[in-house]
Design a protein around this ligand. Structure first.
Ligand SMILES: Cc1ncc(COP(=O)(O)O)c(C=O)c1O
Length: 362
């Protein structure tokens, strides 16, 4: 039996007819840029995230850059971010003219550690960027307390956390301005690149709406040095449809995670941390094992697809290594041990039980 890690065609197959209908309606409107689909998605997504505003953008990376830009942080200021984040979080800080201050994550939750945030704060710190890794929201209560105590801005990176909650409060509703990616593999995935920000600030919403459109609120009048980062109207139409399915998809991923929790041998594998206060959405089901590379090879020989999220931490990337001189042993250990197992909408409970059996026989 072959179990691929993920197959985007299969994940979207059940919606095939709906997508064709959506495309036809879109084509017939003749309105291809910033039309009704974008504004309707912005309204629905803001409601889903329990905030006043959402602004649709071209990608998650742009969501982070434009959030930092709109907050008008002092150039050269430091933004605290987890050293084990996906490289995009770090790139966004640099692209916004700021300095990424990498801190170690918590070795159990794999999310940024509040204690390490506190230790990293100095007179150059301007913001914190908590990244909700693998579908678990960061300890936002503690992080917001730290930010408030030190007068820092917070930009949540929610690319992996659509719908994740802490004490019932959803990702994207905690920080000042928060970014989402709708890259096709995300829990809410478009059929191409797409992103958005969420905020309760009318001022930030206005500024980011202009920044995404050359810095213009009004055609041919430019208030800011902007970008072209509009959410594509067709992607917004697909997202309007897929947003209605997000809770069902998250529930499916939770069910598959439960099968892993019940069946994987915990003497062999270090599983994600479970805490009743946290509602995880398992964007990625990542486990840790000492002989990770051998294990991945073994699974591959047995027809099971896996991915390493991620093989190289940002501070060791060719493009970035010159900017970072500190050592990050917790981060590096995570990168050596982590492996993501199949857990997508196309996988059945039987598929995952089979994966567990093969894993336990390693
Ligand atoms: C944590 C994180 N931040 C940011 C991004 C960037 O999103 P996008 O690919 O839409 O630019 C990603 C995408 O994979 C991500 O995982």
């Amino acid at each position: 039996m072959k179990i691929p890690y993920e197959n985007l065609a299969d994940i979207n197959k059940i919606y095939h007819d709906d997508f064709l209908k959506t495309f036809k309606e879109f084509l017939d409107t003749g309105y291809f840029i910033l039309g009704k689909e974008v504004s309707s998605f912005e309204e629905s997504f803001a409601r889903y995230c329990d905030v006043q505003h959402s602004v649709g953008l071209a990608s998650g990376l742009d969501g982070l850059i434009l959030s930092l830009d709109a907050l008008e942080l002092v150039k050269g200021g430091e933004v605290i971010v987890a050293a084990n984040s996906y490289v995009a979080s770090v790139l966004s800080i640099m692209r916004a003219g700021l300095v990424p201050k990498l801190v170690e994550p918590d070795d159990d939750t794999l999310n940024i550690c509040p204690k390490n945030i506190k230790a990293a704060i100095n007179n150059k710190t301007v913001a914190i960027m908590p990244v909700h890794m693998y579908g678990k929201i960061c300890d936002m209560k503690e992080i917001m307390n730290i930010a408030n105590d030190h007068g820092l801005k917070v930009v949540e990176d929610c690319a992996q956390g659509h719908g994740a909650k802490l004490d019932g409060k959803i990702a994207g509703s905690w920080g000042d301005c928060n970014a989402f990616s709708f890259y096709p593999t995300k829990n809410l995935g478009a059929l191409g690149d797409a992103g958005a920000i969420t905020t309760n600030s009318e001022k930030l919403k206005e500024k980011i709406s202009a920044l995404r459109n050359y810095g213009s609120h009004q055609k041919y009048y430019n208030k800011y040095v902007g970008y072209n980062s509009r959410l594509d109207e067709l992607q917004a139409a697909f997202l309007n449809f897929k947003l209605k399915k997000l809770d069902e998809l998250n529930a499916h991923k939770r069910k598959l995670a439960q099968i892993y929790f019940e069946n994987l041998n915990t003497d062999k594998f270090r599983l994600p941390v479970v805490d009743a206060r946290y509602e995880d959405v398992f964007h990625i089901f990542a486990v840790r094992i000492n002989e990770r590379n051998k294990f991945q090879e073994y699974l591959s020989k047995n027809g099971i697809g896996t991915i390493i999220h991620y093989p190289i931490p940002p501070h060791n990337q060719e493009a970035l290594s010159e900017f970072f001189t500190n050592e990050y042993p917790v981060t590096e250990k995570i990168h050596d041990e982590i492996i993501s197992l199949p857990s997508s909408f196309m996988h059945s409970e039987d598929d995952i039980k089979y994966v567990c059996d093969i894993c336990n026989n390693f």
